[in-house]
Design a protein around this ligand. Structure first.
Ligand code: GLC
Length: 538
């Protein structure tokens, strides 16, 4: 496939409100990101993805936008953002922003107008329907609520929301809406940003008719409805085609065949996508399933579209807790997953703190949690009569707050994140797991990531190599070859807590990196051992 800068990039996700607080108000902010740019740069990454910092009532941590053209005061000012962009660019770092255009906040001026009366010119900018005998138009649930419809007493109709009640969906069928969004996208691209992560983008299309779902709990009906590809194609033509930007879509509930429609280079929609076959459908580690997913996506994209690789983000519990072992083998398992993610086909994304092996959390009370999706679910189940203690335990492992606790900069007060009171509790293990400590230890997870990123830069096989799984029948072992021009890369990883033999000839291969000091036995992998080899082809 054609060489492109974004294919050769590693992306670092900055959840700014939990990154670094420069002014002591308890929230991370854009100036905090500026202060830490040298740290980010030192890891060797190429692109920063910033979570939304537009003006927002902040019901869903910035994903409910009430003004697309200004910066939320908690994050800072437009001047801070411009400085951040300039300072990032000075260091060779590109910046992509979150684009949240499936919905706005209910406090956005457009929605206020839309809501004001049935014949308001902006009525059609959102999705309004009559109810059915005093009930919502259909039985659909939303991501965050028991119904995706909310009744408005003034105009006596319901509006549609795929997420929280405070996040009404825009009506993409309306051309004025689309033009207004494209205008806003140009505004940010003209400022010099390098692309967008497109939030919930598979939800832009809506059905012709809102029929009842057979099983309302299977919310796939919210995504991949007709129209989405027309809109993305138009967005590409009217916006992306004018810039050399990275566009990565959040595309839930797609098969590789459907995913290809979003990223096929010949179709001119998006560059790449996050699919959620792993994070949404694999609550705990399942290597056989993971192998199938990787193979299926590699074949499905078939050299026509580019993949993305990640195992956690601000919505998904930290990978070492969810998929590795965050106690005895925290360091080994964090490095194993890193070696795999950086050698599979696709762009690797690092979620802040992943590079030091930060872990998930368990807070003792629902009041310590902030995540609107968890809180709504908690209330729903408790109102239905379930025991609050049981519900808390049920929701803890996958609560989005697992990955939203502040970064651990050092072992001082509040982990060096803030001089004030942090907006969410700090993970109590910060004295053991923090950046200062990681930077003093040559063998830390941090330096392992840094080395992997350097290897990617020095060997194009990491990026453009084809992908061939081997030893596939082994339950606890993952191994694959990647070949490009005269180099072959071999990844082998032991996903178990016992020693495993590797029946493969390793004698002629050069070891590039491994997560244990030295090799004990060439053909035996220790618990969570990972190795990457390079084989020169003659
Ligand atoms: C995406 C975001 C998530 C947000 C939701 C609604 O899934 O990643 O954090 O809550 O969209 O915008």
């Amino acid at each position: 496939m054609e060489r492109k800068w974004w294919k050769e990039s590693v992306v670092y996700q900055v959840y700014w409100r939990s990154f670094y607080d420069s002014d002591g108000d308890g929230y991370g902010d854009l100036r905090g990101v500026i202060e830490k740019l040298d740290y980010i740069r030192s890891l060797g990454v190429d692109v920063i993805w910033l979570n939304p910092f537009y003006v927002s009532p902040d019901k869903d941590n910035g994903y409910d936008i009430s003004d697309y053209y200004s910066v939320m005061p908690k994050a800072g000012t437009m001047q801070d953002f411009e400085e951040l962009l300039m300072e990032a660019h000075k260091r060779g770092l590109k910046v992509i922003m979150d684009l949240v255009v499936n919905h706005t906040s209910n406090e956005h001026a457009w929605f206020k107008e839309s809501k004001s009366s049935i014949d308001n010119p902006k009525r059609d900018w959102y999705i309004w329907r009559d109810g059915k005998q005093h009930q919502p138009p259909n039985n659909w649930r939303s991501y965050f609520c028991p119904s995706s419809w909310e009744y408005d007493e003034v105009t006596e109709q319901y509006y549609f929301h795929s997420f929280a009640v405070e996040q009404p969906d825009l009506n993409w069928k309306n051309e004025d809406v689309r033009e207004e969004i494209y205008k806003m996208m140009h505004f940010w691209l003209q400022k010099g940003i390098n692309g967008f992560r497109l939030d919930a983008i598979a939800l832009l299309g809506k059905p012709e008719e809102y029929l009842d779902a057979e099983n309302p709990y299977d919310i796939r009906y919210l995504t991949n409805n007709p129209g989405v590809h027309d809109y993305l194609h138009e967005m590409n033509r009217k916006v992306f085609s004018y810039y050399d930007a990275l566009t990565v879509g959040e595309v839930a509930f797609v098969t590789p065949e459907e995913g290809l429609l979003y990223v096929d280079e010949a179709r001119n929609e998006l560059n790449t996508l996050f699919h959620f076959e792993v994070c949404d459908e694999m609550p705990t580690w399942d290597l056989q399933r993971f192998k199938e997913i990787q193979k299926h996506w590699y074949e499905g994209l078939g050299g026509k579209g580019w993949n993305s690789q990640f195992l956690n983000n601000h919505d998904h519990t930290r990978l070492v807790t969810r998929y590795g072992n965050d106690l005895e083998y925290r360091i080994e398992s964090a490095k194993l997953f890193a070696a795999m993610l950086h050698s599979l086909p696709g762009i690797p994304y690092i979620y802040q703190g992943e590079e030091i092996g930060m872990t998930g959390v368990r807070f003792n009370s629902i009041n310590d949690y902030n995540d609107i999706s968890m809180k709504n679910k908690f209330n729903e189940l408790v109102e239905n009569g379930q025991d609050p203690e049981d519900v808390l335990k049920l929701l803890q492992p996958l609560s989005r707050d697992n990955s939203r606790t502040p970064m651990h900069w050092n072992d001082g007060r509040c982990a060096g994140f803030t001089t004030g009171k942090p907006w969410i509790n700090i993970n109590p293990n910060y004295q053991n797991i923090n950046i200062e400590k990681a930077l003093q230890d040559n063998d830390s997870i941090f330096y392992f990531y840094k080395k992997l990123i350097t290897l990617r830069k020095n060997h194009l096989v990491f990026i453009y190599g084809d992908f061939q799984p081997i030893l596939e029948e082994k339950d606890e072992l993952y191994a694959y070859l990647r070949t490009y021009q005269n180099e072959t890369l071999l990844f082998i990883g032991n996903f178990s807590e016992r020693k495993l033999p590797v029946e493969y000839n390793l004698s002629g291969a050069d070891l590039l990196i491994s997560n244990y000091k030295g090799i004990e036995e060439l053909n035996i992998l220790r618990p969570y051992e990972a190795r990457l080899y390079l084989i020169e082809n003659v």
